[in-house]
Structures are given as structure tokens and as C-alpha cells.
Write a protein that binds this ligand. Structure first.
Ligand code: GCU
Length: 333
């Protein structure tokens, strides 16, 4: 597998921005399977563009971390070896720390407040463009649910996390959050998590329910709790030189495709997530509601800690608090 990857990547580097049969190949990388909502969203992106610009662009989607795990794939997008990548905002923090906002635990009071924030261009425009100096920008976002803990042993209170080794995404803010929970943070890429749990290198991880089913983590971790500590979106990120090479008409079609793929991903998400809990229970996963406030009290201080170290965060945080107040708690996901 590693050898195929190295081969693929070196071919990409050699061919650079490849053109075959007069068409430019547009490569999109992501880390999920072909049945995951992210992939389904990208198929809609591909279709919209190829239906209109199929004589010029051949969109190729590479799932399953085939072109590398998130951080590697972002670097390839940065250099233009590939054109787009879907990655978690957590993985973008090291490119611009404005993305720490989404790693703040208990930032959103409800799924509706989260969605309203993501659809608010006044908030997201600056975030999307923040990585311009790194050679890429975000073009749209994908739903990635609410993140919760799951492990090989039961967790009922935040105290149970003490001494446990929990995988986090490769993000400084997530490491801070995990320390505040009292657990030992083990940063690693998504593709490594299954084996790490299976081999007891870690005690558990934290993610939405599709990690149990689509990524099969439910085979090796049987205890999932609803502490609802984060809602962390995925972003579709594009190489800036490529985006700037598009004519205004082409850019408009790519922008429409971005909007359409977000809708398609969300539709697929809503369907999959509805079935995921039952599917995971069939795998033997035990779901438990816990006292969310008890978990929140351990880490709510991380919000201030992050803002103290990063002046970009407070204005966005304050705006999100207004949205929280307008929309109210309600549906927490
Ligand atoms: C979710 C998210 C991915 C991310 C993964 C992770 O599945 O959609 O983009 O990589 O979590 O925890 O690494």
C-alpha cells in the first residue's frame, strides 16, 4: 500500500499539472471511503463541472487517503501536485491558526447554530481566504457531525478519561482540549486509528458516529458516549494557482459545483447518520447519554485559553455567541 502511494505521489510530482487528451486532470484527495457522504458530495462536484466543462477538465477523485493522509494531502495541494483536498478544519490550524475556532470545545449551542455559522459568509469569507499566503483556499464546507468519545472501555464521567490515551487529530488546539479533559492526547492521522485501537496503542478516540460504521472503528471500540464536545466541519480546499487560472465563467461553474456538492454531501450525511447508530449497535457498540455539563465544565476554559493565545479568535467567537443566543440551545446533535 505504502509503495503504491509513493509511486502515485512521485508520478504526480513528475507530471505536475497534467493534461491528457487536451484535458486538464483535476485531482481531488480525501480520506474517506467511497460510500461516505464526502465522496458522494464530490461526485456531484465532478458531475456539475464535467457536464459543463467536460471538454477541458477531467475531475478525478482519490478516496481512502490514497494520495496521503490529510496533512500530506494538504501539502500536495499547497504545491499544486494535486488540486483539491477535503480535510478537517483541525488539519488546517497549522497553516492558519484562525481555524482553531472550530476546535474550541462546546463552541456551538446547537446544530442549527453551527449550520447558521457555516452559512454566514460574513464569518466564513475571511476564514476561507486565510490560507491564501500558503497557496490554497477553502471553497466550501462539508457536514462532519458532532464529535463524541468512544473507547475500548466504558466512559461515564469526565473523571473516567483520566489516564486514558485518546487519539486526537493533528491539531494543537485538540491536544489542549484533551489535556483539559485529563486524558493523554495521541495525535495521529485518521487512517491509523483503527489499528491503534485494535493493538491497544490507544484506549479510544473521538468522532462522529460514521467513524464507527463507515470507518469500522465500532469493530474495535464498543463504548460510545454522547458528550458532544465539538462540531468540526470538513473543508474542500483548492490550490490557489489552479483556481486563479480559471476564467471568470469557469470559476463561476466551479463555485456552483462547490455549493451543489455541499448540498449533496449534507443530504447523504442526514441519511447515513440516521442509520449509523443502529448499524453500530448491530456491531455491538454500546451508546450512552452522559451528563454533558460535567464534560463541558472540564474544558470550557480552553475557549479563553485559545483566545488568549490567538487574537483572531475573539471577534469570531463573539459573533458565534450572538448566533447561539438568537437560535437557542434546542437540537444539540
Ligand atoms: C471525520 C472528518 C475527517 C477527519 C476525521 C478525523 O471523519 O470527517 O475529515 O479526518 O474525522 O478525525 O481525522
Amino acid at each position: 500500500m505504502k509503495r503504491i502511494l509513493v509511486l502515485l505521489i512521485s508520478t504526480l510530482f513528475l507530471t505536475g499539472c497534467s493534461v491528457t487528451g487536451g484535458k486538464k486532470i483535476v485531482r481531488i484527495s480525501h480520506g474517506q471511503s467511497e460510500t461516505h457522504p464526502d465522496h458522494i458530495g464530490l461526485l456531484a462536484f465532478e458531475k456539475h463541472i464535467e457536464d459543463r466543462l467536460g471538454d477541458k477538465y477531467d475531475i478525478q477523485i482519490f478516496p481512502n487517503e490514497l494520495l496521503g493522509a490529510a496533512v500530506k494531502a494538504i501539502e500536495l495541494t499547497q504545491t499544486g501536485a494535486i488540486d483539491f483536498v477535503v480535510c478537517s478544519t483541525s488539519n488546517l490550524e497549522t497553516f492558519d491558526n484562525i481555524y482553531e475556532i472550530f476546535s474550541m470545545p462546546y463552541l456551538f449551542d446547537s446544530v442549527d447554530a453551527y449550520h447558521a455559522t457555516m452559512e454566514n459568509k460574513e464569518i466564513t469569507d475571511a476564514i476561507y481566504k486565510s490560507t491564501e499566503s500558503s497557496g490554497f483556499e477553502a471553497v466550501t464546507w462539508f457536514e462532519a457531525g458532532t464529535r463524541n468519545f468512544y473507547a475500548t472501555k466504558p466512559i461515564e464521567t469526565p473523571e473516567d478519561l483520566k489516564g486514558m490515551k485518546i487519539r486526537v487529530q493533528q491539531s494543537p488546539a485538540n491536544v489542549k482540549m484533551m489535556s483539559a479533559f485529563g486524558a493523554a492526547a495521541a495525535p495521529m492521522s485518521f487512517g491509523e486509528v483503527y489499528t491503534a485501537i485494535q493493538q491497544h496503542v490507544i484506549d479510544g478516540a473521538e468522532n462522529n458516529e460514521l467513524a464507527l460504521t463507515n470507518n469500522k472503528h465500532g469493530e474495535v471500540a464498543k463504548y460510545y458516549i454522547y458528550d458532544r464536545h465539538q462540531m468540526v466541519p470538513d473543508m474542500l480546499v483548492g490550490n490557489l494557482n489552479f483556481l486563479n487560472s480559471l476564467t471568470p465563467e469557469e470559476r463561476q461553474i466551479f463555485d456552483e459545483a462547490a455549493e451543489i456538492c455541499t448540498e449533496a454531501e449534507r443530504e447523504a450525511w442526514d441519511k447515513e447518520i440516521e442509520n449509523a447508530k443502529q448499524l453500530a449497535m448491530d456491531m455491538g457498540v454500546n451508546f450512552k447519554e452522559v451528563d454533558t455539563e460535567a464534560f463541558k465544565s472540564k474544558v470550557v476554559g480552553v475557549q479563553e485559553e485559545l483566545m488568549a493565545g490567538n487574537e483572531k479568535l475573539r471577534p469570531i467567537f463573539d459573533r458565534i455567541q450572538e448566533i447561539n443566543a438568537q437560535i437557542g440551545g434546542g437540537q444539540v446533535g
